[in-house]
Design a protein around this ligand. Structure first.
Ligand code: 4NP
Length: 162
């Protein structure tokens, strides 16, 4: 039996249809691969795509790794998220700045940049692939995988207490 209690993690990008759903999927995959249970979700700072499934190119790149994200639905980050989640992980610096700006007083979630959890990639944002091509989504998938695995390693090394 695994007694590790991991904090719930929310991944946040701009639209919640490309990068943060892929980050959520990569983190869930890392959890499953490690035989761990943990909660994860994703959201966007913007509201343009609320209720929409992920971008077809994001669905396709995850499907290439045998992961189905077609049932995910976009939502906008809310004030409540800053209390519900132990970690809110931004995909790029703009997202991180927006989150810091809208964080309610007394917020308990720890804010971070996804690639700050990836050794050697600290300080980097995950570029928005929305206006690019499929190749961009392959890069996104690689990057969110590095961040998600690094985050899970850090959380498990801390015994799940941070
Ligand atoms: P995401 O990509 O933030 O990775 O989900 C975007 C998707 C849509 C838009 C912007 C970014 N948009 O402006 O509609």
């Amino acid at each position: 039996m695994n007694r590790l209690s991991l904090p719930p993690v929310l991944f946040v990008c701009l639209g919640n249809i490309c990068r943060s759903p892929l980050a959520e999927a990569a983190y869930r995959h890392a959890l499953a691969g490690a035989g761990l249970a943990g909660q994860a979700d994703s959201a966007g700072t913007g509201d343009w795509h609320v209720g929409h499934p992920p971008d077809p190119r994001a669905i396709a790149v995850a499907a290439g790794s045998g992961i189905d994200i077609s049932h995910y639905r976009a939502r906008q980050v809310s004030a409540e998220d800053f209390h519900r989640f132990g970690h809110i992980v931004a995909l790029d610096r703009n997202n991180l700045g927006d989150l810091a700006r809208i964080a309610p007083a007394g917020a308990t979630a720890r804010l971070s940049l996804l690639l700050d959890w990836a050794p050697g990639r600290e300080g980097h944002g995950v570029a928005d692939p929305y206006y690019g091509d499929e190749e961009g989504f392959a890069v996104t998938w690689q990057e969110v995988g590095m961040g998600a695995r690094g985050l899970l390693s850090a959380l498990t090394a801390q015994g799940g207490h941070s």
